[in-house]
Design a protein around this ligand. Structure first.
Ligand code: NAP
Length: 288
């Protein structure tokens, strides 16, 4: 925490609900201190009923920027003055920068996830991916994975709002990248098993398994979990979801959402400060 707050200190922070458990304040405030930057990062419990008022206040007070987390990412898309191309395509904002009174919405989750794959020691470029979910995190991962050169992505989602939105996104990705993206209903277990069999990596980008519902898991047929499959979960609370525990028991290589959190934060840090986050120091202190 910056202990020398002055009249020049720039405010950044996190809007969402709940937020009190977040690691982001430690990650950003330690980075500001290490680099000697006069910034501070705080958490604000703001849900979709209070988001517009909070964002208007942030803008009026001239804060430098903020992150958005569940349940505010989609609504923030409508409240930003401008959107980055990635945020526009994904339909969700996780980082806002205030450039002279103009709030620009970005999405750094996809970059964060792809960097986390590398940090976990894997290379999925040119390979197939099975992706569970079609919400904000899943969409961000799908867009970035396609842009980075993943060969094919099979998305499995329940029918509903996100499923319908994914249809348009898939058309855009298939037209503009070499990646082949397909969408299936999560109930289609035959197709799900076939997809996992042909995939190098299985990624859970739903909130299923997140605390407090830690006994929940989307994968029920454990026979799909083979030792050469990478299984990753965007969830980091708990550190090991039921899916990862099952996968580890079957010899799969697994990793959780902690590095995604770190690298999406590092991208946000750069957008606000123009500086690289000292990720190795932060990793050692908070992520090991
Ligand atoms: P979101 O936009 O609300 O999407 C949630 C997704 O989960 C939707 O596809 C939803 O499907 C699906 N889902 C929820 N309950 C389900 C169930 N019982 N069965 C099947 N699907 C279900 O939320 P989000 O922002 O993408 O966040 C998703 C998860 O990612 C959260 O756990 C969040 O903490 C995590 N996350 C982690 C990071 C990181 O840095 N590690 C970053 C972002 C998000 P429906 O449309 O059918 O409800």
């Amino acid at each position: 925490m910056n202990t020398k707050i002055t009249g020049h200190t720039k405010l950044t922070g996190l809007l969402g609900s709940p937020v009190s458990h977040s690691i982001s304040p430690m990650m950003h405030n330690d980075s500001f201190n290490i680099l000697g930057l006069d910034y501070v990062y705080l958490c604000f419990d703001v849900d979709t009923t209070t988001l517009k008022t909070a964002v208007d206040g942030m803008k009026a007070m001239g804060v430098r920027g903020f992150n958005c987390t569940m349940p505010d990412k989609n609504l923030m898309c409508e409240l930003a003055d401008k959107l980055s191309p990635a945020a526009k395509m994904i339909g969700a904002v996780n980082t806002v920068v205030n450039d002279d009174g103009i709030l620009i919405g970005h999405n750094t989750d996809g970059i964060g996830y792809m960097k986390s794959v590398k940090a976990a020691g894997h290379d999925i470029i040119g390979k197939n991916m099975t992706l569970l979910g079609a919400g904000g995190a899943a969409t961000a991962i799908c867009v970035q994975a396609a842009l980075d050169g993943v060969s094919s992505i099979d998305i499995f989602s329940r029918k509903g709002k996100f499923f319908d939105r994914a249809k348009n996104l898939i058309d855009t990705i298939n037209k503009n990248t070499d990646c082949k993206v397909s969408l299936y209903e999560l109930d289609d277990k035959t197709m799900l098993n076939k997809s996992i069999e042909n995939s190098h990596i299985l990624t859970n980008a739903t909130s299923v398994g997140m605390a407090p519902n830690i006994d929940n898991c989307i994968i029920t047929d454990e026979s799909v979990l083979r030792p050469d499959l990478i299984v990753s979960d965007v969830i980091y609370n708990p550190r090991e979801t039921k899916l990862l525990t099952m996968a580890r028991a079957h010899g799969c290589k697994t990793f959780n959402g902690l590095y995604m959190l770190l690298y999406q934060g590092a991208e946000a840090f750069k957008i606000w400060t123009g500086k690289e986050m000292p990720v190795e120091q932060i990793k050692e202190k908070h992520f090991s």
